[in-house]
Design a protein around this ligand. Structure first.
Ligand SMILES: Nc1nc2c(ncn2[C@@H]2O[C@H](COP(=O)(O)OP(=O)(O)OP(=O)(O)O)[C@@H](O)[C@H]2O)c(=O)[nH]1
Ligand SMILES: [Zn+2]
Length: 218
């Protein structure tokens, strides 16, 4: 049985606990002003923004950036679409290797990686695809990896009140690969554990061994 939509104040409560997310209000600058800013960047790079290949680039860049930050305009309620169900199970649910794309807030360059998300239900389970959608929503914002990881964990913890949640994000930052320190092979792993995953080393260990187990080798 679906639990249906969440009460608005329940979602509100979860959102309030998370860092300020809401940018659903009208943007403070117009689309045209944003395009002009990209044009200025191109000029600053010594390019000719009027040459054929770049003519529509400001429009494309603004569109692309809006897409890559479209997670600001999503809400957990809308994304869940009521897909939370009563289920009497208390076994670990793990969704691993969820492709994750985000943008680093320092350089607005891509963060590319994977998320592994587990929880131990306490009477309620969530539609599996919604776990990936939650990762997407927080990924499509300007982020640091630590905050992205914590937001995914806190969203699940707030929505399901499970016995525990564990999230590991493994990602490569293009700002460390293509520029700056230029370390193409580097990966950053971050974790956020809540409830039983924080309190019980055995449960945490089980999660860690499951995410490093390669099913194709079985
Ligand atoms: N903790 C954390 N740091 C990040 C993340 N993404 C980028 N950074 C770091 O943010 C820092 C910004 O440092 P600054 O010295 O202000 O910027 P910068 O001169 O571009 O630094 P370099 O990348 O070292 O060239 C860098 O060390 C980045 O590696 C992230 O998700 N988490
Ligand atoms: Zn960066």
């Amino acid at each position: 049985m679906t639990l249906g939509k969440f009460e608005p104040n329940q979602i509100e409560k979860i959102n309030r606990k998370l860092p300020k997310l809401n940018t659903t209000q009208q943007p403070l600058v117009s689309e045209e002003e944003m395009r002009q800013a990209v044009r200025t960047l191109l000029l600053g790079l010594g390019e000719d923004p009027d040459r054929e290949g770049l003519k529509d680039t400001p429009k494309r860049v603004v569109k692309a950036l809006k897409f890559l930050t479209s997670g600001y305009n999503q809400s957990l309620d809308e994304l869940l679409n009521g897909a939370v169900f009563h289920e009497n199970t208390n076994e670990m649910v793990l969704v691993r290797d969820i492709d994750l794309f985000s943008s680093c807030e320092h350089h607005i360059l891509p963060i590319l990686g994977h998320a592994h998300v587990a929880y131990i239900p306490d009477g309620k389970v969530i539609g599996l695809s919604k776990i990936a959608r939650i990762c997407e929503m927080y990924g499509r914002r300007l982020q640091v990896q630590e905050r992205l990881t914590a937001q995914i964990a806190d969203a699940l913890q707030g929505l399901l009140k499970p016995k525990g949640v564990a999230v590991v994000v493994e990602a490569s930052h293009m700002c460390m690969v293509m520029r700056g320190v230029q370390k193409p092979g580097s990966w950053t792993a971050t974790s956020a554990v809540r409830g039983v995953f924080a309190n019980d080393p055995k449960t945490r260990q089980e999660f860690m061994s499951l995410i490093h187990h390669n099913p194709s080798m079985h």
